[in-house]
Ligand binder design. Structure first.
Ligand code: HEC
Length: 133
């Protein structure tokens, strides 16, 4: 290997080292940005019926709350007083799970990445008020 090649290589290495020193920007002291919390890992791992209510509010209430579009559309085809899913007493777990996984009417289906099976089971148990499948 010629001296020129060795020198060129050394120069490249020095350049790379200089770049590596510049690339990672250390956060200025006292200004650490908190990482966003994505999803609720505790819920995703294990959900019991006791979590059904909070999971319903987390995953469904934006559409099925008092002013949600799900409530609005359901109010067109049933007594508006019971258009909110939480006010129903005729929903079974099977029906709820089928509606969520398959979609129903104007409701888009929801994948397991969005609502896990244990989460959906907990929501279904909550909304069906303990009814059998
Ligand atoms: C993006 C809005 C949206 C979300 C989120 C949503 N829904 Fe819905 N859902 C709707 C709409 C709209 C309808 C009414 C469908 C129709 O009749 O066209 C509906 C209907 C339903 C029905 C059928 C009720 C009946 O009497 O036939 C069930 C059950 C249901 N949703 C459960 C759920 C559950 C459980 C969740 C949360 C895991 C959920 N939905 C999340 C929009 C939503």
């Amino acid at each position: 290997m010629s001296l020129r090649l060795i020198l060129a290589g050394a120069a490249l290495c020095a350049g790379a080292a200089a770049l590596a020193q510049v690339a990672p920007q250390p956060a200025p002291a006292g200004r650490a940005v908190p990482l966003p919390v994505i999803g609720n890992k505790a819920h995703a791992a294990k959900a019991g019926p006791a979590d059904g209510r909070s999971l319903f509010h987390e995953k469904c209430a934006m559409c099925h709350g008092p002013v949600g579009m799900g409530t609005g559309l359901l109010a067109r085809r049933m007594d508006p007083a019971i258009a909110e899913l939480e006010k129903r007493d005729d929903l079974t777990p099977d029906y709820i799970q089928a509606a969520v996984r398959g979609g129903i009417g104007n409701m888009p289906w929801m994948a397991r990445g969005e609502v896990s099976d244990p989460q959906l089971a907990a929501i279904a148990a909550y909304l069906s008020k303990g009814k059998k499948p």
